[in-house]
Design a protein around this ligand. Structure first.
Ligand code: AMP
Length: 217
């Protein structure tokens, strides 16, 4: 299964990608996670990416395309993957198509997550994640209301909030999505790859809708 999850920041791509990983055993490849890890480790790449991430802009194409090229070449990605947060503009989509054509492994589907802006604001303001295992929670959801510590890993550390999940940066990230990423909807629709799901509501229900549109594993 080689799929792309497409949608605005806060539309639930990361949460649903984690569920696909658990179910199908393919890796989640999130450029946001890979970049945050590079920033946290203080690598040269992280240093180059940090300013764009802090201000809600896209990191340079050459950096993210390089990250994806390297990641797709790793052993665990040979039987499929869930791309989360890549591609984010036309140049990245073209680079991905070229990479996949070269190895004869085209995408199976692109799933668009549809969520209205009020819900995006609610999800982003409540989003917390575990610094140890990466599990994503929402402190506004009934099942995890007010949660402070991770319940998914043994360490159970205090959950953290992403530095770019603040009001000003979120506004910029949404504008960038509208300008640069939204055109990919038509790009993939024209290729017959696009599947659209209503990504509002309960996490379980969204997972069911997602599974219903995926090609057979
Ligand atoms: P995300 O975790 O997907 O919301 O990404 C967080 C931030 O990482 C974004 O606001 C961008 O600054 C950067 N980023 C993630 N993926 C990409 C990408 N495909 N192209 C450029 N920048 C990216």
């Amino acid at each position: 299964m080689r799929i792309v999850l497409l949608g605005a920041p806060g539309s639930g791509k990361g949460t649903q990608a984690q569920r696909l990983v658990a179910r199908f055993g393919v890796p989640q490849i999130s450029t946001g996670d890979l970049l945050r890890s590079a920033v946290a480790r203080g690598t040269e790449l992280g240093r180059r990416a940090k300013a764009a991430m802090d201000s809600g802009q896209l990191v340079a194409d050459e950096i993210v395309i390089g990250i994806i090229r390297e990641r797709l070449g790793q052993g665990d990605a040979q039987d499929g993957y869930v791309l989360d947060g890549f591609p984010r503009n036309q140049a990245q989509a073209r680079a991905l198509a070229t990479m996949l054509a070269a190895i004869g492994q085209p995408l199976d589907a692109v799933v668009l997550f549809e969520v209205d802006y009020a819900e995006i604001a609610r999800r982003i303001s409540g989003r917390r994640s575990c610094p140890n295992c990466g599990t994503i929670y929402n402190v506004h959801d009934a099942s995890t209301l007010g949660i402070t510590h991770c319940t998914s890993c043994d360490a159970g550390p205090l959950l953290t909030q992403r530095p770019d999940d603040n009001e000003q940066t979120v506004a910029r990230r949404l504008a960038v999505y509208d300008e640069q990423t939204r055109p990919l909807i038509e790009h993939y629709r024209a290729q017959g790859l696009l599947r659209t799901i209503d990504a509002q509501g309960d996490v379980e229900e969204v997972t069911d809708r997602l599974l219903a549109v995926l090609p057979p594993a």
